[in-house]
Design a protein around this ligand. Structure first.
Ligand SMILES: Cc1cc2nc3c(=O)[nH]c(=O)nc-3n(C[C@H](O)[C@H](O)[C@H](O)COP(=O)(O)OP(=O)(O)OC[C@H]3O[C@@H](n4cnc5c(N)ncnc54)[C@H](O)[C@@H]3O)c2cc1C
Length: 487
């Protein structure tokens, strides 16, 4: 029994490692010249940058055991500070009431609180609820108009009415303004931290890996090699040879192929793989156009200053600011920059071909530097240098109907009894590392148990469905996963 794995991100590598631990040989094929995918760390001259903030949060004890096994002493617990830059102030989150009133003014604050109090009485009356209708109903129109609406347009690049409600439920870590107020008070006065959503910004701390989240895949890669697994880079899956029931061979864009496997697990983007697997005349192929990804441009700034701001990451919802979030890595670990220096990543949402994506690097860097100088956080002469990285598949865009579209393609791939698609891209699922690891645990257990047709869908819960000690050998389908994400 040999498994061929497509993609050497966290999903592909963790799956490889877990299968090898069960004595199942693997060959991993990665398009890029290195592993890591979205959970990579960019390094230059002693500075380290992740692709945006990468906090690891989960309530699943099996994951902490896995991380400890893989990362050992490199696993850190970090206390976090997060802020929203809004109306001329960095408002630390959980909010301080005085800060909010100073930023919004008494009248606006009172209006937001009034709408929050009325929110439980309001209902989303729209025929087909979407991001905008859900958020207006749950948070009030004032907060929507000044915050959620502009931020969402900026991040996703589409009208909030086109986005499925799932985006609101997964991006916003509380269900309503009322709940936010209750939790803020509970947190402020009673130090409460146990919220249902593991990625709630209200939680104080998260797990991280010393030297950057990229150390996770570096450790995984090392383990895979130690156990005899093969990893090949520069292997972009370009074709799937198949018959009605099985995938027979993988063909790569360098002209090589692999047909000596029993099973294939792919973490490459679902639309791409479905496009390759379905015949040119298959009517289901139309669906691959309906699952767009959002691209991201990362500006990594090396700065000769101990820090710029006091926060791990800061959101910038206002449209006038080019970037939507910044992350300062010295707060994640002193070793993320040379002594006396700091490293900052600016995130600018843009798709390939859009004006922002095509802007020359120097202009993007200047826009970021100018803004931080304007805020009084950065002295221009302290900028040592910058790098720009463009990532086309950062976020699956959950447009209305995406679940049915994605599930339809996953069903279509389910005709192959020796194939599973998984991971963030592979499921077109807006999920974090914790879910990727849960998928790997589950798929490993399923393959080891001899199960062949493994099909996960948008509403599948990963926790212990297949994993060792799990309840049964089938994934539990639940209507909405609450432990969702904001990464
Ligand atoms: C800005 C941002 C912030 C985030 N914040 C957090 C956070 O705070 N906490 C958290 O837990 N998670 C966070 N995440 C999510 C996390 O990075 C992902 O969930 C995780 O890295 C996905 O791993 P993956 O292996 O499934 O996919 P990927 O990392 O995308 O890996 C897929 C791999 O497949 C390769 N590939 C693609 N096509 C092909 C092909 N045709 N042939 C061969 N190989 C191919 C790719 O090169 C890539 O290496 C964040 C993500 C982003 C973008």
């Amino acid at each position: 029994m040999t498994v061929a794995i497509v993609g050497a991100g966290v999903t592909g590598l963790s799956l490889g490692y877990l299968l090898l631990k069960r004595g199942i040989p693997v060959r991993i094929y990665e398009a890029a010249p290195h592993s890591g995918g979205l959970a990579s760390t960019f390094r230059r001259d002693g500075f380290a940058f992740d692709l945006g903030p990468h906090e690891f949060v989960s309530d699943n004890p099996a994951l902490k055991v896995l991380l400890q096994d893989v990362c050992g002493d490199d696993l850190l617990t970090v206390r976090k500070r997060v802020a929203q830059y809004f109306r001329g102030r960095a408002l630390s989150y959980p909010f301080e009431v005085a800060d909010v009133v100073r930023s919004m003014g008494a009248v606006l604050s009172a209006r937001i609180v009034g709408e929050a109090l009325l929110a439980p009485l309001r209902k989303d009356k729209s025929e087909q609820p979407n991001f905008e209708s859900w958020t207006r109903a749950h948070f009030g129109s004032t907060l929507y108009d000044i915050y959620f609406g502009p931020y969402t347009r900026k991040v996703w690049g589409v009208a909030p009415t086109e986005l499925d409600v799932a985006t609101a439920k997964s991006r916003i870590s509380v269900d309503s303004a009322w709940q936010l107020m209750k939790k803020t008070v509970a947190h402020h006065f009673f130090g409460e931290e146990e919220f249902e959503n593991p990625h709630s910004e209200l939680r104080h701390s998260f797990l991280y890996v010393r030297h950057g989240i990229g150390r996770l895949h570096e450790h995984l890669e090392q383990r895979v090699r130690e156990l005899g697994g093969e990893i090949s880079f520069g292997k972009r899956l370009a074709n799937l040879e198949r018959d009605d029931k099985r995938v027979r061979a993988l063909e790569f864009d360098d002209g090589t192929r692999d047909s000596a496997f029993d099973y294939v697990a792919s973490s490459a983007p679902l639309p791409l793989v479905a496009g390759l697997a379905l015949g040119a005349n298959d009517p289901r192929r139309v669906a691959v156009q309906k699952l767009p990804f959002r691209g991201m441009v990362f500006i990594f700034l090396r700065v000769k200053q101990p820090k710029t701001a006091d926060f791990h990451w800061i959101y910038f919802p206002e449209p006038r600011c080019t970037f939507q979030r910044t992350t300062e890595f010295v707060h994640f670990g002193a070793e993320m920059a040379p002594p006396g220096c700091t490293s900052i990543a600016f995130e600018i949402a843009a798709n390939p071909g859009e004006a922002l994506w095509n802007k020359p690097d120097a202009e993007l860097v200047k826009a970021c530097v100018d803004e931080y100088v304007r805020l009084g956080w950065l002295e221009p002469e302290n900028v040592l240098g910058a790098d720009v990285l463009r990532v086309p598949h950062a976020y699956p865009i959950q447009v209305s109907g995406f679940r049915e579209t994605a599930d339809g393609l996953i069903d279509a791939l389910g005709q192959f009894e020796n194939f599973v698609t998984l991971g963030r891209q592979g499921l077109f699922r807006y999920c974090n590392i914790n879910e990727c690891l849960e998928m790997s645990l589950d798929v490993t257990a399923a393959i080891a148990a001899g199960q062949r047709s493994i099909r996960y869908q948008q509403a599948t819960s990963w926790i212990g469905a297949f994993a060792e000690g799990g309840r049964d050998a089938r994934p539990a389908n639940i209507s909405e996963r609450t432990s969702s994400v904001r990464g």
